[in-house]
Design a protein around this ligand. Structure first.
Ligand code: URA
Length: 423
């Protein structure tokens, strides 16, 4: 095949043949197609899209570039969750042990954060001793013994995606529904989970700002999963304001532990339980009640075993920031808005996130909220606490929050966390 011909085909709105897609993805992964050519093709796909047949083949070709894990030898069914990313989205932390406590194994291969959304591994690494890297054998053993594992996705799963995602990141081609759907689903299908629940975020803090776009992405991924034999369900959930009251690594771990202890913010508990019910149903265990597993402490027991199994000390004190600054309410009223993107950028600037892949993150940095939209606030009360080890960052974090929240006289419409469900 001639790469330039394939680029022209897509540029002009044509359809790529299955053999062309197979060749293209394989050749690109082997380094036989130049980055500038793949970048032109990605931009053509951004404008022209991929039809259903092209997308299924594209996803399969990405899977074929790497290994596939096999959990069929486990004594229990498997279910995984994937979130498209949001601010304060720590749901994986309480969810994985909760679902495992209900008899379904959870292989949660996760990543690090880049930009304003945090990464699950960065959060867990704030627990002293905890290790993200496991061999495939260790992961399988932990799934059998503990039931839940959250670890780094090895380089062996869909290597085409790692290369293509890095290229998209620097060529303005991330925000394409077929490219996002194939990127996420290639990794999840290669991972070998039996059931998959997708949490597709919508709002200022998410990739998808409009509900129609989030629904389209959700529908595309549900179809890809189903076609590959993975029972896939998607919830479309709100990311206009952060989840819970924390954004930042150790801050989010502490909040997750509160949820496992039976407390925690209502929205985090609601979404954790909803996703747990979906995962249990998709894995054929809807006889189980996750609310009971939470209330009885069984989910907390699994959390402790899961952290210990990866070298972490579940009883160790979490790191705290050297410096904090408080933003207080300038007036009495109702907190009307608290923008997810503004909070995400502030947490990132405080040191919770990274600008480049190789940057370190601060375990203790982040944003702590003292009120959520709809809450009554009084003049002078703390609204937001900024945490960092490097106080020169406070100024830029405050700037990010300027205009990111507002106080009104009248009540505001109640927020709906779960906006839609697609199966
Ligand atoms: N997450 C992914 O893994 N891939 C994308 O393309 C976007 C978000």
């Amino acid at each position: 095949f001639d790469t330039v011909d394939l680029i022209r085909t897509k540029r002009d709105g044509g359809v790529l043949a299955e053999a062309e897609i197979d060749w293209l993805i394989d050749a690109y992964t082997r380094g036989a197609i130049a980055e500038e050519q793949m970048s032109a093709l990605a931009m053509a796909i951004f404008f022209r899209g991929l039809d259903g047949t092209e997308l299924a083949r594209w996803t399969q070709a990405m899977i074929n570039t790497g290994e596939r894990l096999d959990f069929s030898g486990l004594s229990r069914p498997t279910a995984d969750k994937h979130s498209t990313g949001g601010v304060g989205d720590k749901i994986t932390l309480p969810l994985a042990p909760l679902v495992a406590a209900c008899g379904v194994a959870v292989p949660q291969l996760s990543g690090r954060g880049l930009g304003h959304t945090g990464g699950t591994l960065d959060k867990l690494e704030s627990i002293p001793g905890w290790q993200a890297k496991l061999s495939n054998e260790a992961m399988l053993r932990q799934l059998e013994d503990v039931g839940a594992v959250i670890c780094a996705a090895g380089a062996g799963l869909a290597p085409a995606d790692a290369k293509l995602y890095a290229l998209r990141d620097v060529t303005g081609t991330v925000e394409s529904i077929p490219l996002i759907a194939s990127s996420i689903m290639s990794k999840k299908i290669a991972e070998g989970t039996g059931a998959l629940v997708l949490d597709v975020k919508v709002g200022s803090g998410a990739f998808m700002k409009q509900p129609e776009d989030a629904r389209a992405l959700a529908r595309t991924m549900v179809e890809l999963g189903g076609a590959a034999g993975v029972r896939t369900v998607a919830l479309v959930t709100d990311m206009s304001t952060p989840l819970g009251l924390t954004a930042g690594n150790a801050l989010e771990v502490a909040e997750s532990v509160e949820v496992l202890a039976g407390g925690g913010p209502a929205d985090v508990v609601e979404l954790t339980l909803a996703l747990a019910r979906e995962m249990l149903a998709a894995a054929g265990r809807d006889d189980q009640d996750p609310a009971d597993a939470l209330a009885s402490g069984r989910a907390m027991d699994v959390w402790r075993s899961m952290i210990s199994a990866q070298g972490g000390d579940p009883d160790a004190a979490l790191p705290t920031a050297r410096e904090t600054e408080v933003i207080t309410a300038p007036a009495d009223g109702i907190l009307a808005t608290l923008d997810a993107y503004a909070v995400g950028i502030a947490a990132w600037r405080l040191g919770a996130g990274r600008a480049r892949k190789e940057d370190p993150v601060q375990a203790a940095a982040g944003v702590q909220l003292h009120a959520k939209p709809g809450d009554r606030v009084t003049t002078g009360q703390p609204l937001i606490t900024l945490h960092t080890d490097t106080p020169e960052r406070f100024g830029r974090a405050r700037e990010a929050l300027d205009g990111g929240w507002s106080i009104a006289d009248a009540s505001v419409p109640e927020r709906t966390v779960i906006i839609d469900r697609l199966a």
